[in-house]
Design a protein around this ligand. Structure first.
Ligand SMILES: *[C@@H]1O[C@H](CO)[C@@H](O)[C@H](O)[C@H]1NC(C)=O
Ligand SMILES: *[C@@H]1O[C@H](CO)[C@@H](O)[C@H](O)[C@H]1NC(C)=O
Ligand SMILES: *[C@@H]1O[C@H](CO)[C@@H](O)[C@H](O)[C@H]1NC(C)=O
Ligand SMILES: *[C@@H]1O[C@H](CO)[C@@H](O)[C@H](O)[C@H]1NC(C)=O
Ligand SMILES: *[C@@H]1O[C@H](CO)[C@@H](O)[C@H](O)[C@H]1NC(C)=O
Ligand SMILES: *[C@@H]1O[C@H](CO)[C@@H](O)[C@H](O)[C@H]1NC(C)=O
Ligand SMILES: *[C@@H]1O[C@H](CO)[C@@H](O)[C@H](O)[C@H]1NC(C)=O
Ligand SMILES: *[C@@H]1O[C@H](CO)[C@@H](O)[C@H](O)[C@H]1NC(C)=O
Ligand SMILES: *[C@@H]1O[C@H](CO)[C@@H](O)[C@H](O)[C@H]1NC(C)=O
Ligand SMILES: *[C@@H]1O[C@H](CO)[C@@H](O)[C@H](O)[C@H]1NC(C)=O
Ligand SMILES: *[C@@H]1O[C@H](CO)[C@@H](O)[C@H](O)[C@H]1NC(C)=O
Length: 724
C-alpha cells in the first residue's frame, strides 16, 4: 500500500517533467468540488468526497460552484489517502492572488458537508489536503499557480437587469465560464467564483455598465475606467461582482462604495436587498420583513427618475443603491394619493414632500395580498421612519411658544424705539440685543413651523438664526461691559455724561458687536462653502436648518467651534464683568453711606440708583441667556426625563416673554409709554391722578433720574434712597 503511494508520486512527478505544462493538483476532477463526510456513529470527521455540480443540484437540491481552472493548466486529481488512521491535514488558503503553497497533496474548494445522510452547503473555502507521504522529488511546476476570486452578481442561470435592478432568469449563456472569458481569464490561473454581493451597511452598490465603463481585472481587483473620462478606480476582492446584462450581452458590475460622486452615480436607498420586496397586507399595513421575489418583482423607479431627466438626461445613467434603513419606532409607507404624502425625488437623491424632506427614506416595491394593488400587481413607493403624532404636536407647541416670544420681542422693540426717553445709550444697546433676538427667534419659529423644502431657504434660516444669536450675545456682552465701565467711572473721575461721548461709545460698541458677529459668520460661511476640514464644515442647512451635523454626535464639532464655545466665552466674560461690577457697586454704596446726607452730590446718588437698576437688569438678561446656553450643552448629553426637557424647552421658547417682562413690565416704562402715547389714546386720562399706582409712580419717579432703568423689585434700593 505504501509502496503504491510512493510509486504513484513518482509517476506524478515524471508526468510533470514530460508535459512541461503547469500542473494543478486538484483534489476532485474538473467541475467537482470537495465535500466533507462525517461518519455516521460519532459524527467525527472522517473523510472527503467529491461532488459534482449537476448531481448536487439533482440529488441534493443544492447549488455549488467548482473552481474554474485555466485551459493551459493540466489538472491531476486525487484525494490523498490517510496513513495509519492519521487524519489528513487540512490547510485553508486565505491568500488570493499570490502563488499557492506547494506540498504533496491537493487543493480544492470545500462547499458542502455530508452529515448522517443529508448534504448541506457550507460557506465555500479553498483548502489544501496534505498527504502524509513526503514527496521525494522537489521538481514541481505548481509553485506559480495563482487563485483569483471573483463574484457573480446573480445565482446560476440568472442575469442582472440594470433597468429594474434585480436578477432575472434568462435563457442566454450567463455561466461563470462566459463571464470569465469576457473578463479575459488568464489560461494559466485558477478562479474561484462566489455568488452575490453584500455591501457594508453604509455603502452603496453602484451599477456600472459596460456602456459607460471599461471593466478589467487585475488579479482579484476590478479596474474601472469611465468611458466618459470622469471617474475611475479599483474595487478590491469582495467589493464587486459582475454579471451579464439581462437585455444585452454586455457586462454590468456592482461595486460597493461609500462615494457616489466617484463614478458619478445617482444614489438612492432601497429598503430591501436586491431581489427582495415588501408585501402590503389587505389591512393596509405592511410587514417590514423583506420577502424573496418569487416571480420578477420589478424595482421600477422610473416614475421617480423620469422628471429629473428633463434637466439632466444623463443623471440616472449610473445608479447606486444603499440597502436598508434603521428606524427605531417603525416604518411608514408614503401614499402618493394622500396630499401630505405626495413626494418626489430631487436631483441630489433626497426626497421632498410637503411635510418633510431629506435622505431618510427608502424606495421599495410592494406586492399586495390577493393581488389587489391599486394599479397592477405591484407598486413602488417610498418608506420613511414612523413619526408619532406626539412629535408633531411637540413641534406645534414649540411653534406657538416661539410665536408668542416673537410677538413680545417685537412689542419690546416697539416700546424702546418709540419712547424717546428710553433711547439713551443703554436703550440702544437693548434695542440691538432685542432686535437680534427677534431675528433669531423668527428664524427658529419658521424652522419649527414645518419642514423647509428649499435648501437655500433652509440655509438662510440657519445663518439668520446663527447671526441673530451671535449678535444678541455680543450685545449682551456690550451691556455688561457698559455697566462695568459706568461703575468704574463713577468711582474714579466721575465725568459728566455728554450725549456726544455716549454716541462715540455706542459706535465703538457697535463696531465690536457687529464686527465679531460678522467675522464669525463670514469665516463660517467661507469654510462651509470651501471646506478644508470636517471639523470646520458647518454644513448649514443640509439636514436641519441649522448646523448640518446631528446633535450629540462625533461630527458635532462645527457646532461647538462656531457656536457653543464662543457663546461660552462671552458668557464667562459677562460673569466676570458682573462680579467686578458688584464689587464696585458695594464700594460706591459704602462710600456714599460714609459721607452722610448733604456731602454727597445728589446727582451722583441718583446716578448710582439708576446704574444699579441697570446693573440688576443686565444681570437678569445674563442669567436668561446663560441658562439657555447651559441647556444647549446639556441637551446634547442627556435626554431624560422628558418632562424636564419639556419644561426647559418651554422656558427657552418663551424667552421673548421673559425679556418683555424684564424690560417693559415696569412702572417707569409704563409711565413713559403713557407719556409718549398721543393724548387721544391715553387710557382714562382724567383719572390719571387718582389712580393709586400712578401716584406711587410719580413719587417713585421723582426719586430716580430719567437716565437709566428702575426695576420694581428693589426694596433694598428704595430703603437706601430713603436712608440717604
Ligand atoms: C464542466 O462543465 C462544463 C459546462 O458546465 C462543460 O462544458 C465541461 O466539459 C465540463 N468539464 C468536465 C471535465 O466535465
Ligand atoms: C470522536 O469524538 C469523540 C467525542 O466527540 C471522541 O471521544 C472520539 O475519540 C472521536 N473519535 C475519533 C476517531 O476521533
Ligand atoms: C430545494 O430547496 C429549496 C430551498 O433551498 C426549496 O424551496 C425547494 O422546495 C427544494 N426543492 C426540492 C425539489 O426539494
Ligand atoms: C496556452 O497554451 C498555448 C499552447 O499550448 C499557448 O499558445 C498559449 O500562449 C498559452 N497561453 C498562455 C496564457 O500562456
Ligand atoms: C441520522 O438520520 C436518521 C434518519 O435519517 C435518524 O434516524 C437518526 O436518528 C439520525 N442520527 C442522529 C444522531 O441524528
Ligand atoms: C527540496 O528542495 C529544498 C530546497 O529547495 C531542499 O532543502 C530539500 O532538501 C529538497 N528535498 C528533496 C527531497 O530533495
Ligand atoms: C457558455 O459560454 C462559455 C464560454 O464562452 C462556454 O465555454 C460554454 O460552453 C457556454 N455554455 C453554454 C451552455 O452554451
Ligand atoms: C469621492 O470621489 C471624488 C472623485 O474621485 C473625490 O473628489 C471626493 O473627495 C471623494 N469623496 C470622499 C468623501 O471620499
Ligand atoms: C416602469 O414605470 C414607468 C413609469 O411608471 C412605466 O411607464 C413603465 O411602463 C414601467 N416599466 C415596466 C416594465 O413596468
Ligand atoms: C392611498 O390612499 C388612497 C386614498 O386614501 C387609498 O384609496 C389607497 O388604498 C391608498 N393606497 C395604499 C397603497 O394604501
Ligand atoms: C384576501 O385573502 C384572504 C385569504 O387569503 C381572505 O380572507 C380575504 O378576504 C381576501 N381579501 C380580499 C379583499 O379579497
Amino acid at each position: 500500500m505504501h509502496l503504491l503511494i510512493v510509486l504513484s508520486a513518482i509517476v506524478y512527478a515524471s508526468v510533470d517533467i514530460v508535459q512541461g505544462a503547469n500542473v494543478f493538483h486538484k483534489c476532485c476532477p474538473n467541475n467537482h468540488s470537495l465535500m466533507k463526510v462525517f461518519d455516521d456513529e460519532s459524527f467525527n470527521f472522517s473523510s472527503y468526497k467529491c461532488l459534482d455540480r449537476e448531481s448536487a443540484w439533482n440529488d441534493y437540491n443544492i447549488t455549488i460552484t467548482p473552481l474554474f481552472v485555466g485551459k493551459n493548466l493540466s489538472v491531476e486529481d486525487g484525494i490523498p489517502e490517510t496513513c495509519d488512521d492519521v487524519p489528513i491535514e487540512e490547510v485553508t488558503v486565505l491568500d488570493f492572488d499570490s502563488p499557492l503553497q506547494v506540498f504533496n497533496g491537493c487543493h480544492d474548494r470545500l462547499v458542502a458537508e455530508l452529515y448522517n445522510g443529508t448534504v448541506k452547503t457550507v460557506p465555500p473555502s479553498i483548502i489544501g489536503l496534505k498527504s502524509c507521504v513526503k514527496k521525494e522529488d522537489n521538481k514541481t511546476s505548481e509553485d506559480n499557480l495563482i487563485i483569483h476570486k471573483y463574484r457573480k452578481c446573480c445565482p446560476r442561470g440568472q442575469s442582472y437587469d440594470s433597468n429594474f435592478h434585480l436578477c432575472r432568469e434568462s435563457e442566454v449563456n450567463n455561466s461563470e465560464e462566459w463571464l470569465l472569458k469576457r473578463l479575459k481569464m488568464n489560461d494559466n490561473d485558477i478562479y474561484e467564483v462566489d455568488t452575490g454581493l453584500d455591501c457594508a451597511a453604509d455603502e452603496y452598490g453602484l451599477e456600472l455598465r459596460q456602456r459607460f465603463f471599461s471593466l478589467r481585472t487585475d488579479g482579484s481587483t476590478l479596474k474601472i475606467f469611465s468611458k466618459k473620462g470622469d471617474g475611475s478606480g479599483d474595487a478590491d476582492e469582495g467589493q464587486w461582482c459582475v454579471d451579464r446584462e439581462f437585455s444585452s450581452s454586455e457586462l454590468v458590475a456592482r461595486v460597493c462604495s461609500s462615494n457616489c460622486t466617484q463614478y458619478g452615480a445617482f444614489c438612492v436607498r432601497k429598503c430591501c436587498p436586491i431581489g427582495y420586496h415588501y408585501n402590503l397586507k389587505s389591512s393596509g399595513s405592511f410587514d417590514v420583513k423583506c420577502l424573496l421575489n418569487e416571480d420578477d418583482v420589478l424595482f421600477n423607479i422610473s416614475h421617480y427618475t423620469k422628471p429629473l431627466l428633463h434637466e439632466n438626461p444623463e443623471i440616472t445613467d449610473i445608479m447606486g443603491f444603499r440597502i436598508g434603513m434603521q428606524c427605531s419606532s417603525g416604518y411608514e409607507m408614503l401614499n402618493q394619493s394622500v396630499e401630505r404624502d405626495q413626494h418626489h425625488l430631487k436631483p441630489d437623491g433626497s426626497l421632498s414632500s410637503p411635510s418633510w424632506i431629506g435622505g431618510g427614506y427608502c424606495f421599495e416595491a410592494f406586492t399586495c395580498d390577493n393581488r389587489s394593488c391599486p394599479d397592477g400587481n405591484t407598486f413602488i413607493t417610498a418608506v420613511k421612519c414612523y413619526e408619532s403624532p406626539a412629535n408633531e404636536l411637540k413641534f406645534q407647541i414649540s411653534f406657538v411658544f416661539l410665536a408668542i416670544s416673537n410677538v413680545f420681542l417685537a412689542l419690546t422693540l416697539l416700546v424702546y424705539i418709540s419712547v424717546p426717553e428710553l433711547r439713551n445709550l443703554h436703550g440702544r444697546n437693548i434695542i440691538s440685543h432685542v432686535s437680534m433676538m427677534l431675528l433669531a427667534y423668527c428664524c427658529l419659529a419658521r424652522a419649527k413651523h414645518s419642514y423647509v423644502a428649499d435648501n437655500t431657504v433652509c440655509t438662510l434660516i440657519g445663518y439668520g438664526m446663527y447671526f441673530g444669536f451671535m449678535a444678541a450675545f455680543a450685545w449682551l456682552n456690550v451691556m455688561c461691559f457698559d455697566i462695568w465701565w459706568k461703575f468704574g467711572s463713577l468711582i474714579s473721575v466721575q465725568p459728566v455724561r455728554k450725549a456726544s461721548s455716549e454716541l462715540r461709545r455706542f459706535l465703538w460698541y457697535s463696531l465690536y458687536a457687529w464686527g465679531i458677529t460678522i467675522l464669525f459668520t463670514v469665516v463660517m460661511l467661507i469654510l462651509d462653502k470651501y471646506p478644508v476640514s470636517d471639523y470646520l464644515d458647518a454644513n448649514m442647512g443640509k439636514d436641519y436648518c441649522w448646523f448640518g451635523s446631528p446633535p450629540n454626535s462625533q461630527e458635532d464639532w462645527p457646532h461647538y467651534i462656531f457656536f457653543v464655545i464662543p457663546m461660552g466665552l462671552e458668557i464667562s466674560i459677562n460673569f466676570v464683568l458682573w462680579v467686578l461690577t458688584a464689587r464696585y457697586c458695594a464700594k460706591v454704596k459704602s462710600e456714599m453711606q460714609r459721607f452722610q446726607t448733604g456731602s454727597v452730590d445728589n446727582s451722583v446718588k441718583k446716578r448710582f440708583i439708576a446704574d444699579r437698576a441697570m446693573y440688576m437688569l443686565t444681570g437678569k438678561l445674563w442669567i436668561l441667556m446663560g441658562v439657555s446656553w447651559i441647556f444647549e450643552i446639556l441637551a446634547t448629553t442627556i435626554s431624560r426625563p422628558w418632562w424636564f426637557w419639556a419644561g426647559v424647552n418651554a422656558i427657552n421658547e418663551l424667552q421673548g416673554l421673559s425679556i418683555f417682562i424684564i424690560l417693559v413690565m415696569k412702572p417707569k416704562v409704563y409711565h413713559l409709554i403713557k407719556k409718549t402715547l398721543p393724548s387721544w389714546m391715553k387710557p382714562g386720562a382724567q383719572e390719571d391722578g387718582t389712580s393709586p399706582s400712578a401716584t406711587m409712580l410719580t413719587t417713585f419717579q421723582s426719586q430716580s433720574s430719567s437716565m437709566g432703568e428702575q426695576t420694581n423689585t428693589q426694596p433694598s434700593l428704595q430703603n437706601y434712597a430713603k436712608q440717604s
